[in-house]
Each structure stands twice: as C-alpha cells, then as structure tokens.
Design a protein around this ligand. Structure first.
Ligand code: SF4
Ligand code: SF4
Length: 310
C-alpha cells in the first residue's frame, strides 16, 4: 500500500490526470479556438468582447458613454483575462518554484518516460550521457523494452498531435475526418508538426529544453528564484553526518543537480525523487520540502562563519 502511494507513483498519477485534462479541454469546449468559425470557446461558451453594433455606431458619432462602454468591455473581456493568463506561471513560480514542471508538465512526463526507456535499453539516461548506470537486464528484457519504446514512439506523438490540434480545429470535425479517413490539410499539419516536435525533443533535447528553452519553465524559474517564500527541496545540513555518500540522490536527479550542495538551484523541479531515494537509503532521509528562505540563509551564514574562522 505504501509503495502504491510512493512519490514516484503520485507524480505519475498527477501527470496522467493533467494530460487527460489537456486533451479533454477542447472536447468539452472549455478552451479552444475554432479556426473555421473564428470563435474562441471558453468554459463552454463562445467568448466575445460583448460590444454591440449600437455602441460601435454611437461611438463613431462621438458619444462618450458608448465609447466608455466599449473601452470598459475591452478591458474586462480582453486585457484582464490576457493578463491573468500571462501571470499564471510567474505566480506559480513565486509560491511553488518549478513544482508545475515536476508534477504536472506533460512534456516533462514524456521526457522522463524517454529517460526511463533509454536507461533500460542502454544503461544511460540520455544519448548524450557518457557514463553507464548499473543495469542487470537480460537480452530478452532489453528486447521487451525496445518493443515498448518503438510502439510508444509511433503512437504517443500522433495521438498528442490529434489531441492538441483540437485546440484549433473542432474535435467533432477531427473525429469525422479520422473515421472517414479523409484528413484535411489542417489536421495533417497539426499532427505532423506536433509529432515531429515530440520526436525531436524526446530523443535529442529532453531536459535541456526544460532548463534553457521552455518559456513557462523559465518564468517559474525566475520568479521562484527571486521569491523569499517559494517551495524548495532542502538538504538538512545539520544532519549531514548521517549521509552514507551512496549518491542515490544525485543519480536519480534528471535535472543534473547535486541536491546535497543545498544551493538555490533554479533548475530543481521539486519532483522529490532525491528525497524519496534518501528515505529509502536512511529510513528518515536528509531532504525536506519547505517554503521560504530559512534553510538557505542558514547555509549561507554557516559558510560565512567558516570563512571567518579560516
Ligand atoms: S534536486 Fe531533487 S527535487 Fe530537485 S529536480 Fe533533482 S531530484 Fe528532483
Ligand atoms: S541519498 Fe541520502 S545518504 Fe545517499 S548520498 Fe544522498 S543524501 Fe547521502
């Protein structure tokens, strides 16, 4: 039971649920833009600016009340929602660091799946890694993972492509095109574009994209970095003498962080994999997840003190 609710499994579950939500939003018209009708659907309804022809005509003749009404509608129904949308990742970063990347991001989930299969097949986490990790798989088991990898490589990208194209082409139309084998150029372009993107990023780029390219990740990184309250994984320095130097916390970190250093690493996605591994090694591990600056201040003060003593 404990194993069932392990951090690894909870993270898997949260990501699968989030992927389902992402794919279902357009199906239920909760969020999508219909490129045929040029309508934006939000929360099940067509979202308009709510500006009437009468107001438009009156404002052209200089009627101040109508002009003010148009400006107010534009503010409330266009500018404010847009600002709210833009502020989601900075706000998340400010309070939770990069927790979204570690617990919800669908792309991160695909990259970790690719890491897992590459490790099973080659003993390395990515094609760029030099050192192999410990592996005790037989040839038959490797073949099994190879078949799984090939199957997923040819199913996940087109399926995601179909799902994400639903944000621009009506899901009903997509379904009709698929069931009649009559794909429009829009659907073909959507599926090809998304598939190529997933193919290339999952094989060659993976977490480098999370570190250096993804705008959502960079925003969370920046606001998590400047925030005095954001959620972070900390190494309990005061108990460091219990560390067996097994390095499991480092081996498991797919963002290539050395979590024992306890520096405020902006790449950390709060996945808690290091914490879970250390708990396995020691029973009561040396990592904790905390809000705020305290642990870093203490570690900085400790370093300063050590510098003064030398
Ligand atoms: S340091 Fe720990 S919590 Fe942060 S990304 Fe690495 S494994 Fe995950
Ligand atoms: S997993 Fe824990 S015991 Fe092992 S090296 Fe990391 S901090 Fe030390």
């Amino acid at each position: 039971m404990k194993q069932l609710f392990s951090i690894k499994n909870l993270r898997r579950l949260s990501r699968i649920l989030f992927i389902c939500i992402i794919l279902l939003l357009p199906v239920f018209n909760i969020l999508r833009y219909d490129s045929d009708t040029r309508e934006l659907f939000l929360a099940g309804k067509v979202w308009t600016l709510g500006i009437t022809e009468t107001d438009l005509a009156a404002s052209q003749y200089g009627e101040i009340k109508s002009s003010a009404r148009i400006a107010l509608r534009f503010l409330v129904r266009a500018i404010i929602p847009w600002l709210i949308l833009l502020s989601i990742f900075p706000v998340l970063g400010f309070f939770f660091g990069r927790t979204f990347c570690g617990w919800l991001c669908p792309e991160g989930a695909l990259f970790e799946l690719a890491d897992f299969l590459t490790r099973k097949l080659t003993g390395k986490t990515s094609i760029w890694q030099r050192e192999k990790m410990r592996s005790s798989l037989s040839k038959g088991q490797r073949l099994f993972y190879l078949i799984i990898m090939v199957f997923l490589l040819f199913t996940i990208p087109p399926l995601m492509g179909i799902g994400l194209t639903g944000y621009f082409i009506s899901p009903a139309r997509i379904w009709h095109e698929l069931t009649t084998f009559n794909l429009s150029s829009g659907l073909k372009a959507g599926v090809t574009g998304v598939s190529l993107y997933i193919f290339i990023t999952s094989i060659f780029i993976r977490h480098l994209l999370c570190k250096y390219i993804c705008a959502a990740g960079l925003m969370q990184m920046l606001f998590g970095w400047i925030s005095p309250v954001s959620l972070r994984v900390r190494f309990l320095k005061e108990e460091a003498n219990r560390c067996t130097d097994c390095k499991r916390c480092e081996e498991v970190c797919f963002m290539n962080i050395k979590p024992r250093k306890n520096v405020r690493d902006i790449s950390c996605v709060n996945c808690m994999a290091c914490l879970e591994q250390c708990n396995k090694e020691l029973g009561r591990g040396l990592f904790s997840l905390q809000f705020g600056e305290k642990a870093y201040q203490e570690s900085r003060e400790m370093k300063k003190l050590q510098g003064q003593l030398q």
